[in-house]
Design a protein around this ligand. Structure first.
Ligand SMILES: [Fe+2]
Ligand SMILES: [Fe+2]
Length: 468
């Protein structure tokens, strides 16, 4: 079924044009010009998303947002802003609007493709595949406007065949010359992949940089499907998860970070995984967690990579500290593997009180799970136990503050938040860190040495220090 979108905007011409564009994109669209009508139609019908102008009158946009918050909590909200009003309204607080449920912002005038991308970013993989399947097949075409900088390469050996790909796929003819071989929605059969591999002798396929979040969603979906397959052994499943984590890191997490630091971080991850593989009990624990929540592995991998890279930047670090840090980071959320399955996909801010209380036990549960394990010493356990404590005392489970918290535990807290911001806000790493350090209250959760150390792993640390 087509997804339903509501457009709310005082400008009739914009409404008409946007409605036509979205219909072409296979959405079902309704439009109204004021807030009162918006509430009336939201009361009657269920929509997937609303695209609402901040200039909405006769019930302001804020009134409509409040209405949505209490009456349609799952509705995705895209707020459109006029450039001039953005300059005038100093009081416009994006953080506050986010808390009111706004998922994304667009500043007018924006091209329709940007609206399309924003809407697609809000959709589940199932919605995306459903729409992609309905789009017709098209021919191979050369894309004149593309250059090497616009595309991300992916080894053809790592590409999964699928009923529908969610993004355009290209092959490279020569420098800055690309041919689109698949349009979003086309089937990419294993025969066709073989054809490009064997006949055309291609090693890489390409997709547009702007599609990387879609690529990641697609890849995770394919990996999760394969994890359920009985034909694939446990060892291969672990290998797939590991590959997916490295790929995720290369595509979404490496922008703006010093390459040598990423290489060192990857090496630390490989070492710690080697230690885990040599200890049956640890290996078993990690696998149990992976199979319970397939996202858990890439999350732990990313936290390990960045937390150990961060510790490496501090003056007083040592080899044994880095090993300790890496093990703690790899197992920091192991307590979640005993939680209710319902909590897997939820963020704490979306949980009710009972669920939140259960979620907050995961550091303690981890200690119980790891009890008696020789490789995980008391220091590592303590880091894991404290990984949600905050330097200003606002964390859990104990709410301790300052020097009572181990610095390494606080490092995991910072990196954990950083990894979540990249994922939920879909920001490149440098902007995710900027997002964290520009929140004057939020930044008090971390020791300042850690922020300083973390800034150092970026290629242009000066630009970050300025905004800190
Ligand atoms: Fe956690
Ligand atoms: Fe975590």
């Amino acid at each position: 079924m087509a997804l339903k979108i509501l457009l709310v905007d005082p400008e009739t011409k914009w409404l008409e044009e946007t409605q036509l564009f979205l219909k072409d994109e296979l959405y079902q669209v309704a439009s109204v010009s004021n807030g009162k009508s918006a509430q009336a139609i939201l009361f009657e019908h269920k929509f997937f998303a609303v695209v609402i102008s901040l200039e909405t009158t006769d019930h302001s946009a804020v009134q409509v947002l409040n209405y949505i918050k209490s009456n349609c909590p799952n509705l995705k909200i895209i707020l459109t802003l006029e450039k001039e009003s953005l300059e005038k309204r100093e009081e416009l607080d994006c953080g506050k609007l986010k808390k009111m449920g706004v998922n994304s912002f667009l500043t007018k005038p924006f091209d329709k493709q940007a609206l399309r991308d924003v809407l697609e970013n809000q959709q589940s993989i199932h919605d995306l595949l459903d729409t992609a399947n309905k789009r017709g097949k098209k021919e191979e075409v050369e894309d004149e406007a593309l250059s090497d900088d616009d595309l991300t390469s992916i080894s053809i050996h790592e590409f999964y065949s699928s009923k529908a790909v969610l993004f355009d796929v290209f092959i490279k003819l020569s420098e800055d010359k690309f041919v689109k071989i698949l349009h979003s929605g086309d089937t990419f059969s294993s025969e066709r992949i073989e054809f490009y591999k064997v006949e055309k002798k291609l090693d890489y396929l390409y997709f547009k940089n702007k599609d990387r979040m879609k690529y990641i969603k697609f890849n995770n979906y394919m990996v999760k499907g394969l994890l359920k397959s009985k034909k694939i052994g446990v060892k291969e499943k672990s290998a797939m998860l590991r590959e997916a984590a490295v790929k995720l890191m290369d595509i979404a997490y490496s922008d703006g970070i010093k390459p040598q630091i990423l290489d060192q971080g990857k090496e630390i991850c490989t070492n710690v995984l080697g230690i885990i593989d040599n200890h049956k009990n640890l290996h078993k624990l990690l696998r149990k967690h992976e199979l319970f929540d397939p996202d858990a592995y890439s999350h732990s991998y990313l936290v390990t990579l960045f937390a150990s890279s961060l510790i490496k930047q501090l003056e007083w670090q040592s080899e044994s500290m880095i090993d300790m840090m890496a093990l703690a980071a790899m197992f920091h959320d192991i307590g979640k593997s005993e939680m209710n399955e319902f909590l897997i996909s939820k963020r704490p801010e979306d949980m009710d009180n009972a669920r939140l209380a259960e979620y907050k036990t995961h550091p303690e549960v981890a200690i119980r799970i790891l009890e008696g394990n020789k490789v995980i010493n008391d220091n590592i356990k303590q880091i894991i136990f404290q990984h949600h404590e905050a330097w200003d005392g606002s964390g859990f489970p104990k709410g301790i503050k300052g020097r009572k918290i181990m610095l390494m535990a606080n490092a995991i807290r910072l990196i954990d938040d950083f990894v979540h911001v990249i994922k939920s806000e879909e920001l490149p790493p440098v902007d995710a860190l900027r997002f964290i350090i520009s929140d004057r209250d939020g930044v008090k959760k971390y020791h300042s040495d850690l922020i300083e150390g973390f800034i150092k792993i970026f290629i242009d640390p000066k630009s970050l220090r300025k905004s800190a």
